[in-house]
Design a protein around this ligand. Structure first.
Ligand SMILES: *[C@@H]1O[C@H](CO)[C@@H](O)[C@H](O)[C@H]1NC(C)=O
Ligand SMILES: *[C@@H]1O[C@H](CO)[C@@H](O)[C@H](O)[C@H]1NC(C)=O
Ligand SMILES: *[C@@H]1O[C@H](CO)[C@@H](O)[C@H](O)[C@H]1NC(C)=O
Ligand SMILES: *[C@@H]1O[C@H](CO)[C@@H](O)[C@H](O)[C@H]1NC(C)=O
Ligand SMILES: *[C@@H]1O[C@H](CO)[C@@H](O)[C@H](O)[C@H]1NC(C)=O
Ligand SMILES: *[C@@H]1O[C@H](CO)[C@@H](O)[C@H](O)[C@H]1NC(C)=O
Ligand SMILES: *[C@@H]1O[C@H](CO)[C@@H](O)[C@H](O)[C@H]1NC(C)=O
Ligand SMILES: *[C@@H]1O[C@H](CO)[C@@H](O)[C@H](O)[C@H]1NC(C)=O
Ligand SMILES: *[C@@H]1O[C@H](CO)[C@@H](O)[C@H](O)[C@H]1NC(C)=O
Length: 852
């Protein structure tokens, strides 16, 4: 504020003094003229001034201050250059507009009318973000912003800028390429939001659509499912007031920009590396990204040798000849018309789910905010023009609205990763045929090889031979009706052992091959797993649980994975194991770690999961330094996320799963600190698949085990609820239940929490590193403590179901019962067991302890 007031006071009587020294602020009485005067943002990041790309026409622009390649990120008068020098920028005191004047004092450009009345003290300041902000009173406060360059992007989106529509302000923000490198005037290529249906961003050349990001489904832009990185965080906001895309950069001082390129017809992201711009990514990337490449009801598969078009299940090419010539643009037509066409018999139609596809273009689809997925199905069946439906907001769950396509399905493409379930409407006869085909499909023809399995014993065999070769891409190939023998194992994996693998695999034959048919889950070759994890090298080991050690690894295609190598103790046979894995793989939820595949070899069993960069929750909340990174809002989000994940396991999934070992080290955090429960379903592999049972094998971790489970071996959903309650108290306090011991009072964490609650000091339980700052919502903390105490009640029937726990946590108005004294598992001294494992006493999972 002082910086901008100063020139004003000093120069109040002068007319238009040119700025002599570099400053970031322009007042109403100053001006910038010619090529020598500029504004420089306070941190020396951006500079504003005039430039002449072709030497004749002059523009007002903003560029990076401190880099050698001059990179213009914003141009004010791109359509109306200054033709006679000197060009002058002034802030008009009369109407608060920024004006660009030419040598004859003619106005060649004026900024849009300010959105609030400006005073004589108004200023325009260039910020370190690259935003030129007009402050109506010079204070620079958010409330005083009367105009800003970020509202009028040119061809570049900087961090913090928005691309989209602001309905309240009536502003549409898009980026349009420069016509050429020396001509900033708008070219034909634009990247913009098109509203209607689901939000979706399009790259256009004129009116022609080149590429789309895919619809926003509440979690991702479905056309860029792999787009996540530590360094960039992108966000799509979708509300009645405004809808936009924006991004931020996690790494300080990393420069990055998103631009549209006229010649290439691309949207490109650049990052500054070693003094030069490096192209981080661009779209469209391959021919499959081309908008609607495969026409209506077709989809593109770009993962093969050359991209190709295929028809959705139940459809066939409209023009087989054209199709064979690789022109898919005519698309596909139904093999069997829908039942509703003639007889209006809705029950003669059904749905076929596709889940690894970019969602169909959705600007002409209809969103029903109130419908659940089931209601959506009914709505679709009863509306003849409905072609497909899907959840509209996967982050809100399947009960928060859906989207119905009553138009042709366009612009789908296949990915190797799950995107979202889309329910395609087909005649029931087609569905039956598809199901029958899936069941009947014979094992693919095998290459004849000498099925000699060398008799090598024990460990040697285990390490040198590969059992389950199942290939990541097989499922897709088969969908296309090709047969494709197992590709060679990745080279460099295990050298001499390769021939063995090839032969052994044949010997293993039908069981596995038929498994591949019905499992929607890739089976990995042992060689691939060994290569990925450096043969389970100690340096790749990232954890150890009761089920076995966990290693991080990188697959040949670059995907990072966590490999859980299950211990062989009380392990099931291959068939049962396969069934369990299949089942686990079907459990998919935002708050569950995703199972990518498995590997079976002799009696080795391995599970491959997506790798979580932020490791597990205990490495944050129990760490002196890192716990500071978790403010209350984050912790609350984590609590709610874990609760939702557990609710899904218990109540919403098709198979009711009791976790049996929920604890902080089994909650992993992704790059956005979204919690993901891991290790669910594994307990089943060690025996027992009922949801309530007595068991001889207690699987769990002391400190998190409910009394009835620890003492009597009774487990149920309610024992998970107990563990959840303990976890919530740990997240709130930052203290381990089992490490905590209030010496004077002889209390463990649960009893201590209970005492504080009884004394009305529940909010004091909060981790002191959050020092009660303004950002903490104390009523939320209290609610969490109360719910946690309900969850750890001694009587299982008094503990809430996870669905009620979620409701009580999430809703300020929910009534929460008064908790009773917690049930604490006190009867057993467990220190012997723990020390025998040799790991930190607080995180050991006990796997096979005979209950008494
Ligand atoms: C601008 O700078 C150039 C080179 O530094 C100099 O020759 C020229 O006289 C300056 N023009 C003005 C108007 O100061
Ligand atoms: C400007 O660039 C130089 C050399 O690249 C670097 O040493 C300096 O720290 C930079 N200054 C700022 C403010 O970024
Ligand atoms: C432009 O305006 C300035 C200040 O009002 C004045 O000094 C200058 O003579 C004008 N130039 C022309 C060409 O009218
Ligand atoms: C702006 O000024 C006009 C006319 O002077 C006045 O009617 C209006 O209320 C002012 N608006 C604000 C937001 O102060
Ligand atoms: C981009 O936005 C500007 C400003 O709102 C608008 O004038 C222009 O027509 C838009 N371009 C496209 C291709 O929509
Ligand atoms: C609708 O189709 C189903 C199965 O195809 C059949 O059982 C039913 O009778 C039909 N209903 C009507 C009203 O045609
Ligand atoms: C969406 O609807 C508009 C208006 O009816 C139409 O012009 C446009 O072609 C449709 N787009 C698609 C992809 O069907
Ligand atoms: C989607 O669901 C999330 C989580 O419930 C919610 O915060 C968000 O507002 C929803 N978005 C829309 C557009 O309904
Ligand atoms: C069918 O659904 C579409 C899109 O949801 C809607 O526009 C249309 O009005 C519906 N038709 C009937 C008869 O309900």
């Amino acid at each position: 504020m002082r910086a901008c007031a100063l020139p004003l006071v000093l120069l109040a009587t002068a007319a238009f003094f040119p700025l002599s020294t570099s400053t970031d602020t322009l007042g109403t009485s100053a001006s910038i003229a010619g090529n020598n005067q500029t504004l420089v943002s306070a941190g020396d990041v951006f500079q504003l001034g005039f430039f002449s790309p072709d030497g004749a026409r002059t523009y007002l622009g903003i560029w990076y201050y401190n880099i050698t390649v001059r990179t213009i990120v914003w141009v004010a008068n791109r359509q109306s250059p200054v033709l006679s020098s000197p060009a002058v920028l002034r802030l008009s005191g009369a109407d608060g507009r920024l004006l660009v004047l030419d040598g004859q004092n003619g106005t060649v450009w004026a900024s849009a009318a300010p959105t609030r009345n400006v005073t004589a003290g108004a200023t325009a300041r260039l910020l370190d973000s690259g935003n030129l902000v007009l402050s109506s009173d010079g204070s620079g406060s958010d409330q005083s912003v009367a105009w800003q360059s970020f509202d009028y992007p040119t061809d570049t989106l900087l961090p913090g800028m928005k691309l989209g529509v602001d309905a309240r302000a009536g502003i549409t923000r898009n980026i349009t390429a420069w016509r050429s490198a020396s001509d900033p005037s708008p070219g034909d290529v634009t990247f913009k939001l098109i509203t209607g249906g689901l939000p979706q961003f399009f790259l256009l050349r004129g009116k022609a659509r080149l590429y789309t990001s895919g619809p926003w489904n509440g979690e991702i832009l479905t056309g860029v499912p792999y787009l996540s990185s530590n360094d960039f965080t992108f966000r799509v906001v979708w509300s009645p007031d405004e809808t936009y895309y924006t991004y931020s950069i996690g790494v300080d001082a990393l420069l990055s920009r998103l631009v549209v390129d006229e010649a290439a017809g691309q949207v490109q992201r650049f990052v500054m590396l070693n003094g030069g711009w490096s192209n981080f990514w661009y779209y469209p990337t391959d021919p499959c990204d081309t908008y609607a490449k495969c026409g209506p009801f077709g989809y593109c598969d770009g993962t093969g040798q050359s991209p190709a078009c295929f028809c959705l299940p139940g459809f066939e090419p409209r023009s087989p000849q054209q199709w064979n010539l690789r022109d898919g643009s005519a698309g596909c037509v139904r093999r069997t018309s829908l039942g509703c066409g003639g007889g209006a018999n809705a029950s003669s139609d059904g749905f076929w789910v596709v889940d690894q596809m970019k969602l169909p273009e959705a600007t002409n689809a209809t969103v029903y905010a109130g419908l659940t997925l089931e209601q959506c199905r009914q709505a679709c069946l009863s509306n003849c023009s409905c072609r497909a439906y899907a959840a509209a907001n996967v982050s809100g769950g399947v009960d928060r609205g859906c989207v119905i396509w009553a138009v042709d399905l366009l612009d789908m493409r296949l990915y190797t990763t799950d995107v979202e379930d889309v329910y395609i409407r087909l005649a029931q006869s087609e569905i039956d045929a598809l199901n029958a085909a899936a069941n009947r499909r014979a094992p693919s023809k095998r290459v004849v090889v000498i099925a000699v399995v060398a008799t090598v014993t024990g460990v040697l065999l285990l390490l040198l031979s590969a059992g389950c070769c199942c290939v990541w891409r097989r499922k897709r190939r088969e969908r296309h009706g090709e047969t494709d023998p197992c590709p060679a194992p990745p080279s460099g994996g295990g050298d001499d052992a390769l021939p063995f693998r090839a032969r052994k695999q044949q010997a293993l034959d039908e069981d596995w091959r038929s498994a591949e048919k019905d499992v929607d889950l890739p089976l990995f070759d042992l060689a691939a797993v060994l290569a990925a994890t450096g043969s389970f090298s100690a340096s790749n080991k990232i954890g150890e649980g009761g089920f076995g050690p966990v290693y991080m690894g990188k697959l040949e295609d670059g995907q990072e994975v966590a490999v859980k190598r299950l211990s062989r103790r009380s392990m099931q046979g291959a068939v049962e194991f396969k069934n369990e894995v299949k089942l686990i793989a079907k459990l998919q939820h935002r708050n569950l770690v995703r199972l990518l595949g498995c590997c079976i070899d002799e009696d080795e069993r391995m599970l491959l999961y997506e790798y979580m960069h932020n490791q597990s929750l205990d490495t944050f909340i129990f760490d002196e330094g890192k716990r500071r990174l978790l403010g209350w809002q984050k912790r609350f989000d984590i609590i709610l996320g874990v609760a939702r994940g557990l609710q899904y396991l218990h109540e919403d999934s098709r198979f009711r799963i009791v976790h049996r070992d929920l604890k902080a080290s089994n909650v992993l955090l992704d790059t956005n600190m979204v919690p993901k429960i891991s290790d669910f379903g594994i307990a089943r592999m060690f025996g027992g698949d009922q949801t309530t049972a007595y068991t001889l094998k207690v699987i769990g971790t002391y400190g998190y085990m409910s009394p009835e489970y620890a003492m009597d071996g009774v487990f149920s959903m309610k024992s998970d609820v107990y563990s959840f309650g303990v976890l919530v108290l740990e997240i709130i306090t930052g203290k381990r239940n089992r490490g905590f011991y209030e010496e004077e009072l002889d209390l463990n964490l649960l009893r201590y929490a209970w005492m504080m609650w009884k004394e009305g000091r529940g909010a004091d339980l909060l981790d002191p590193v959050m020092d009660g700052g303004g950002s903490v919502n104390h009523s939320e903390v209290l609610r969490c403590v109360q719910v946690a105490l309900l969850c750890v009640e001694v009587l299982p029937r008094n503990r809430p179901l996870m669905s009620s726990a979620v409701m009580m946590l999430a809703s300020e108005n929910a009534t929460v019962a008064e908790p009773n004294e917690p049930g604490v598992n006190v009867g057993k001294n467990t220190s012997d067991t723990e020390s025998s494992h040799g790991f930190t006493a607080n995180s050991v999972t006990i796997t096979a302890i005979d209950a008494r």
